[in-house]
Design a protein around this ligand. Structure first.
Ligand code: SF4
Length: 421
């Protein structure tokens, strides 16, 4: 899916835009996953082939800023965080946007306060059927701008489809994430549904189906995570697996394969619905590009993104299998050559690491970002790291090969264009 969006200029970036444009022109079919490299001699920065704003995020930002521009005199509300990036959300707040809920669903604004001239923006994750009904029942002239990503809606549509065919829906996701809460409520309209967090829980389901776990234990493990009409004894006999779009794609595939094998062995070949097409293209591309970054070798990785961003945390999870990976929200987390503050995805706590840069160089750093991270923040990290190595003034020469690629692609395009007679 490709479309041009109107994204505020301050989200764009002078450095990353050159790299991305060169890669786009030289590799139109996205076949080459090798990293883009900024080489400074003492420092090498390797950037993923795919990272940063995805289709759904650009679409949401485009609509949200349009909603603000079209309604200068109205109160503008966002149901919850626009996307999981503090800079994007803060900028919207600075422009007067108010949040109705926190990411965990806790209310900040009473919906009964909404007035006829108000505007409500539904974020990229979508929202629950209950919330949609409340908005519809709200003031008659309430204006609703819906930025739900089409790839999230695709998951809802597929859930409804398999529900109508008599399958239960197993959702691979974090049950308290906005998107999973929304998907659960939509799936619940047409099928019994249950949320599975990870492979360990999928393995528990297999043991339950095989009679090795009892009902009491099932209820403990999945408490609050299955629909009222989900009967553990019968609802697992025909299932399909869909996912929160930003989970680890490889884990969703592995969970689906495990459950498919199990239910087919126990309940027959039509006991599993094929739902492979619900994986989001951006999650796949970013994770595949991150695997290529890992393979390319480096001393350490920096991943930039909001600390509550699911897709960003999965990039960190991949990278730390091969190298120290520092998850930072922006360049300000890099104090100096010896200290960096970052999120530990295992404890969920911020921590400060000492001596994070190998000494002496040359140092190879892998750099990538989540789907909700503006490229401008990655630019700032590049500049910060270059400063630490005293090579900021060489940035233009490191970019030169990419500028040359853009120039040569443009020359080729001009030469192959039809000439006037
Ligand atoms: S990660 Fe995928 S599903 Fe989520 S907003 Fe981006 S394109 Fe849409």
């Amino acid at each position: 899916m490709s479309r041009n969006f109107d994204i505020p200029l301050f989200y764009r970036s002078p450095v990353i835009s050159v790299l991305k444009e060169a890669r786009r022109l030289m590799d139109r079919y996205k076949k080459d996953l090798s990293p883009s490299i900024l080489d400074f001699g003492v420092l090498q920065i390797k950037l993923g082939r795919h990272f940063g704003f995805c289709f759904g995020v650009e679409n949401a930002i485009d609509i949200a800023y349009r909603a603000l521009a079209e309604n200068p005199a109205s109160n503008v509300y966002l149901l919850s965080e626009m996307i999981h990036n503090p800079h994007v959300n803060q900028d919207l707040k600075d422009r007067g946007v108010r949040f109705i809920m926190r990411p965990d669903g806790q209310g900040l604004v009473d919906l009964d306060q909404l007035r006829d001239t108000d505007v409500v923006i539904i974020p990229a994750f979508g929202t629950t059927t209950g919330m949609l009904a409340r908005l519809q029942a709200g003031p008659a002239r309430l204006r609703v701008y819906n930025t739900t990503c089409p790839f999230v809606e695709k998951v809802w549509n597929r859930s409804a489809q398999i529900g109508k065919q008599g399958y239960s829906v197993i959702i691979h996701g974090r049950h308290n994430h906005e998107e999973t809460r929304a998907t659960f409520s939509h799936a619940d309209e047409s099928a019994p549904c249950l949320v599975v967090r990870d492979m360990a829980e999928a393995e528990f389901l297999v043991r339950f189906i095989e009679g090795q776990e009892d009902l009491e234990r099932f209820q403990q493990v999945f408490q609050g995570r299955y629909s009222e009409d989900f009967d553990p004894q019968t609802s697992l006999q025909r299932i399909g697996v869909v996912n929160q779009t930003t989970m680890l794609a490889s884990e969703t595939r592995a969970i689906a394969a495990l459950l498919e094998k199990c239910v087919q062995e126990h309940y027959g070949s039509d006991a599993f619905a094929d739902t492979r097409d619900t994986l989001c293209y951006a999650t796949n591309e970013n994770q595949d590009a991150t695997l290529a970054l890992m393979e390319s070798g480096a001393d350490l990785a920096i991943v930039v993104g909001g600390y509550n961003s699911s897709n960003t945390s999965h990039l960190v999870e991949l990278l730390e299998q091969k190298m120290p990976a520092y998850y930072i929200k922006d360049a300000d987390e890099i104090e100096d050559r010896t200290r960096i503050q970052h999120l530990d995805i295992h404890s969920g706590q911020l921590k400060t690491s000492q001596n994070w840069l190998p000494d002496p160089g040359p140092v190879r750093i892998v750099l990538t970002s989540g789907a909700s991270c503006p490229d401008a923040l990655v630019d700032a990290v590049i500049l910060r790291v270059c400063d630490l190595f005293g090579v900021a003034d060489q940035l233009e020469s490191a970019l030169r090969p990419y500028r040359q690629q853009i120039q040569s692609a443009e020359t080729d395009a001009l030469e192959s264009a039809p000439q006037p007679e």
